[in-house]
Design a binder for this molecule. Structure first.
Ligand code: ADP
Ligand code: ADP
Ligand code: MG
Length: 502
């Protein structure tokens, strides 16, 4: 296999920046592509070479596989890293990259195809002896089958688009009377969102945990797991906070899940980095959900506890190297948490909040804080793409330390000009259920039902909280506390205590 010197990143935002960092540390050369909206993006500024590929909508830029491959050829790159989203799980793209004589940093196209459809992967997993969620293997084609199958499985059931992803294309059905209508809606949604009408039925697991296993596999048959990630803090089936280790499972289950995940990967001859997702019920029985055949958004928490740079490993595997460690070498240390910082307004139903960032102070500083950000002060967050602007990650010797460090970092984080999910996270880190570690995917429904009367105060206070807290600790009485401004702040501080009791 040829030596990799120059790598093109077919992506943007925080993940493009993350990948540039690994490439740079390996003393290789990062090349990027960009659209109109991204001319001044951080990934463009940090790369060695940047090529314009089209207009802002991703259908006219980041999804133009052939244009990206042509750009890569002209620039003389040896490999393409797809990041996540966009073309990352597009087997046709992976094939074309390889056909152009360029290395695709990811699995073989066949593995992407086998794991790309939820129904096909369920079939393969079942045959391989991997436990799957009870339900159908085949998509439901006839209304007659629908009622019969759902009754056999038992309500509630979940209708899922076979081609679904990103938390979209799922519908929970509580009783038989609602089934037909839900099926029709699910089918038409699946067609419009994924271009594939296939819908199947899964048993809805009550009060579940989403726990996933990180896999690395080289070309010499070594496949290992790097611990788990608890991803049960979700809004509308989308993860917003992840942590490792999971506070829910025992070491015994942890090992069982790791072994099963390796089995799942081997069943499709998987190579490179991937994630096997499981749904886990209250008895710690676990079932395969899907495999994501790419680097995941939440990969940094695994890096924090294992010390392994997953992107570097991806590049090494793609260039034909064997893994330099074995399963026994993987001994996760401490605890790590990630908050996905979105350009969204948490007080207005999480509406997108694009625009110019007029103040940006990252809390990355001090022990154990990592900010994987794709933005900077003065940057204009475009409306066209995923609203994830940064991932705030902390490490601690134990869960409590990681959480307290995260709270400290969230208090310090200053972003003005756009709205972000930061105040919402502060609320979650005050929640008893979350703090106890005994929470399931329904946690957010309960937090969301909390009404915040004065969001502006809350936001203002959240930003000031670090400063005010230290004033409280010092028993106040500094000279400044006599001036008018400080008095206002003290009043707000009182309000803060009320607001923060969620
Ligand atoms: P992760 O566990 O890495 O968050 P997700 O499945 O939530 O995995 O997807 C990661 C990103 O990829 C999402 O932010 C979304 O933009 C994109 N994505 C994933 N699947 C799809 C899909 N089927 N259609 C469109 N976007 C998708
Ligand atoms: P996606 O491809 O959109 O990521 P997944 O199959 O991974 O779809 O499911 C996303 C989320 O939906 C899970 O993390 C979980 O919260 C919920 N979910 C999926 N299947 C079930 C199920 N059978 N029972 C309960 N919740 C489920
Ligand atoms: Mg998933």
């Amino acid at each position: 296999m040829k030596k990799i010197k120059k790598i093109l990143i077919a992506n943007r935002g925080e993940i493009a920046v993350r990948i540039i960092r690994a490439i740079r540390e390996m003393e290789l050369s990062p090349v990027v592509v960009y659209s109109d909206a991204d001319k001044l993006s951080l990934h463009v500024r940090l790369a060695d070479e940047a090529y314009y590929i089209g207009e802002s909508p991703s259908s006219q830029s980041y999804l133009l596989g052939d244009k990206i491959i042509e750009t890569a050829k002209n620039a003389g790159v040896d490999a393409i890293h797809p990041g996540y989203g966009f073309l990352a799980e597009n087997a046709e793209f992976a094939k074309r990259v390889e056909n152009a004589g360029i290395i695709f940093i990811g699995p073989e196209p066949d593995a992407i195809i086998q794991m790309g459809s939820k129904t096909r992967s369920r079939e393969i997993m079942k045959a391989a002896g991997v436990p799957i969620v009870p339900g159908t293997i085949e998509p439901i084609k006839r209304i007659d089958d629908l009622n019969k199958t759902a009754s056999e499985i038992g309500f509630p059931v979940l209708l899922k688009a076979s081609a679904g992803g990103g938390g979209k294309g799922m519908r929970k059905v509580e009783k038989i009377e609602e089934l037909e209508k839900a099926y029709e809606r699910a089918t038409s949604e699946a067609t419009s969102s994924f271009g594939d009408p296939d819908v199947y039925i899964e048993k809805y697991i009550e009060e579940p945990h989403h726990i996933e296993i990180q896999i690395l596999a080289d070309n010499s048959g070594n496949t290992i797991y790097l611990g788990e990630r608890e991803c049960s803090v979700q809004r509308r089936y989308q993860k917003i906070i992840e942590e490792t280790p999971s506070p829910f499972i025992t070491d015994e289950i942890r090992k069982e899940m790791g072994d099963i995940a390796v089995k799942a990967a081997k069943a499709v001859n998987y190579r490179n980095a991937g994630t096997v997702e499981f749904i886990v019920d209250k008895n710690q029985d676990f079932y395969f959900l899907e495999m994501n055949t790419r680097l995941q958004v939440e990969h940094p928490i695994t890096e924090m506890v294992t010390g392994i740079d997953l992107v570097k490993e991806q590049i090494k595997i793609a260039s034909g190297e064997e893994l330099s460690f074995t399963q026994d070498d993987i001994k996760p240390r401490g605890s790590s948490i990630e908050c996905r910082i979105y350009a969204e307004d948490p007080f207005n139903n999480f509406a997108p909040s694009p625009g110019k960032i007029i103040e940006y102070v990252s809390p990355a500083g001090g022990i154990g804080v990592r900010d994987d950000s794709g933005v900077y002060e003065g940057f204009e967050v475009p409306i066209f793409y995923d609203p994830l602007i940064s991932k705030l990650v902390t490490w601690g010797r134990n869960r409590e330390e990681a959480i307290n460090r995260m709270k400290r970092a969230l208090y310090e984080y200053r972003i003005a000009g756009i709205k972000t999910s930061i105040p919402y996270f502060l609320q979650i880190f005050e929640n008893e259920e979350f703090l106890s570690g005994n929470y399931t995917t329904s946690l957010i429904e309960r937090i969301e039902s909390v009404k915040i009367e004065n969001p502006e105060d809350y936001e203002f206070v959240a930003l000031l909280a670090a400063g005010l807290r230290s004033m409280e600790m010092n028993g106040n009485s500094s000279k400044q506390s006599n001036d008018a401004d400080s008095n206002t702040n003290w009043k707000k501080s009182g309000r803060m205590r009320t607001l923060r009791r969620f």
